[in-house]
Design a protein around this ligand. Structure first.
Ligand SMILES: C[S@@+](CC[C@H](N)C(=O)[O-])C[C@H]1O[C@@H](n2cnc3c(N)ncnc32)[C@H](O)[C@@H]1O
Length: 251
């Protein structure tokens, strides 16, 4: 999905302090965000899904450690997804893996509405949504060794060199993600942008806590990840797709 809105300034995240609100003499936080606030229309169906299903399936961003068992109403392996877009793959995976809990972060409101709608249509029980910057969720709500898996599918590629710093897959974030995986837990990324795939391979391959599940580099597409409309369109245009699956070392 390509961003169409004007990029936000690095400090303008969902909870960022507006520039004119910082006290005199206090430095503004300079957080570079991996997303832009995109314009997008919430459909009537999505609005209805927000109203009817939001209270049950949307979690509040509290900034406090998450009690996953309480949030899902059961204990089960916990998978974090960052940036689910319109939730097509998310809903599919939750359906084919009913024994796992999926904690799914997305900042794009119509996307949240679209996933809620799928939850209703497909009668899914094992998804909870956080409509918030996943980086802040990782920092403040997820304890070390609390995740069994992480999905990051087609993260914004930030093609231009001057925007590459906005990419999610960078050493600092990957170190945080690796620390939140249980030993043996997995990090699964997919991209259709070759330079980003190469960056992913290098960054994940350099993290001390991770090792590649596929000795010679990119992984075969795991069977739970479906080919989405977005991906099919890319494949028709002749784009490649690269999956990477890394595992957290045991010690
Ligand atoms: C290119 S889209 C891909 C969506 C989906 N995974 C797919 O395969 O179609 C990337 C999505 O990640 C979301 N995103 C980027 N950074 C994020 C962050 N820090 N927290 C939550 N969502 C984020 C964007 O809003 C966007 O919807």
């Amino acid at each position: 999905m390509t961003a169409t809105a004007t990029p936000i300034s690095p400090n303008v995240g969902p909870d960022a302090t507006p520039h004119d609100a910082a006290p005199a003499g206090v430095a503004y936080p300079k957080t570079i965000k991996s997303f832009v606030r995109r314009a997008g229309r919430t459909t009537t169906g999505q609005a209805k899904a927000f109203e009817e299903l939001g209270p049950r399936f949307i979690l509040s961003y509290t900034g406090q450690p998450l009690d996953a068992a309480a949030s899902f109403g059961r204990s089960a392996p916990l998978i974090l997804e960052i940036g689910f877009g319109m939730g097509e793959a998310t809903a599919h995976i939750a359906r084919v893996r009913p024994n796992d809990n999926f904690l799914c972060c997305e900042v794009h409101e119509p996307g949240v509405g679209a996933l809620l709608k799928r939850i209703g249509e497909q009668e899914l029980e094992n998804i909870r949504i956080l409509q918030h910057d996943a980086v802040e969720v990782i920092d403040h709500m997820l304890a070390p060794a609390s995740l069994d898996g992480i999905h990051i599918f087609f993260p914004d590629p930030w093609h231009k060199k001057k925007h590459n710093k906005r990419r999610l897959i960078q050493p600092a974030l990957v170190a945080k993600l690796a620390a939140r995986l249980k030993p043996g837990g997995y990090l699964h990324c997919a991209t259709d942008w070759q330079p980003y795939a190469e960056q992913m391979l290098e960054v994940l391959g350099s993290d001390q806590l991770l090792h590649n599940s596929t000795p010679d580099g990119y992984a075969p597409q795991p069977d739970y990840r479906p080919l989405t409309k977005f991906e099919n369109r890319g494949l028709r245009l002749g784009h490649g797709v690269w999956d990477l699956v890394f595992l957290r070392r045991s010690a």
